[in-house]
Design a protein around this ligand. Structure first.
Ligand SMILES: [Zn+2]
Length: 283
């Protein structure tokens, strides 16, 4: 890695999907009950609130777009790209990729890679697995397809039904996958307790002060920090369906948009797409 000072930067990334795509297993039965399977476009309005905020704050970032969204709304993906953001992949379908055969996954993800390339005219470099479920075989496949980095590792304590890559580095690192260079770009966690800190859920449920404390730790040490939100995190009209636990939709809307603004304005460091971050910090 290069000099310490150059590494203090934030990537406030966005996972572009509908509100129901990312529901955790506990809420999935509700999703099935409401038959939400295909994108309906409810993510577009809150996505535009994020794009507007990023424009006002002169922020460029990485948008991990779900393949089904890119398929149904290519114009929206183009819109993100035209603002100058990095368009990366969130996988074609919002399912646990570790449960799919590698042959099937390769076919699905190659198509998705080509689709994103066609829409933006540029090959996507980054990938984030749905539910952050990743393994070494999938990493090898991503490299084979042409991706350069993955941002699915959450080096947190193991939380049942949740994610964990406890023991993984807190900062971007090289992964050995044959001859091509490949990087893992972990999402922020609290350094010692190893509690997750980087996601919209934490911003909404634990509050902006919680997330800012983690960000401060990284930046004070001259380290890069990766956060993520979803359009539904800033959607005031997110459906509060019966059967959802209160934390699923808690403070979706204005609170989170203001919290993001607060975060961006508090820290006087570059806010960049992950692609640019890697170019600056990895040699
Ligand atoms: Zn997702």
């Amino acid at each position: 890695m290069k000099g310490e000072a150059s590494q203090a930067m934030i990537a406030l990334t966005v996972d572009v999907e509908e509100g129901f795509h990312g529901l955790w297993p506990s809420a999935r039965r509700t999703m099935v009950r409401y038959k939400h399977e295909l994108p309906e476009g409810t993510f577009i309005r809150p996505l535009r609130s994020i794009l507007k905020l990023f424009e006002e704050e002169h922020v460029r970032s990485t948008f991990f777009v779900l393949g089904k969204i890119a398929e149904a709304f290519p114009d929206v993906v183009e819109e993100i790209y035209d603002y100058g953001h990095e368009v990366a992949s969130h996988g074609y379908s919002h399912v646990d990729l570790t449960k799919i055969s590698l042959t099937e996954l390769e076919e699905m993800e190659r198509k998705n890679y080509d689709r994103l390339t066609k829409i933006t005219g540029e090959v996507p470099k980054g990938f984030r697995a749905p539910f952050f479920r990743i393994n070494p075989s999938i990493i090898s496949l991503l490299s084979k397809i042409g991706y350069v980095y993955d941002s699915s590792a959450v080096p947190s304590l193991g939380i049942p039904g949740w994610w964990s890559n406890y023991g993984a580095s807190l900062c971007p690192y090289r992964v050995s996958v044959g001859e091509r260079e490949f990087f893992e770009v972990p999402v922020a966690v609290f350094p010692y307790l190893r509690l997750p800190a980087g996601g919209g859920w934490f911003l909404r449920n634990f509050g902006v002060t919680y997330v800012k404390a983690a960000v401060k730790w990284f930046l004070r040490r001259g380290l890069p920090v990766i956060l993520y939100v979803h359009p539904f995190d800033v959607d005031p009209d997110v459906p509060r369906l019966g059967g959802f636990r209160f934390h699923v939709t808690r403070r979706c809307g204005e609170y989170t948009l203001k919290a993001m603004k607060n975060l961006l304005e508090t820290f006087d460091c570059p806010k960049v797409p992950i692609r640019d971050m890697l170019e600056k910090i990895m040699v």
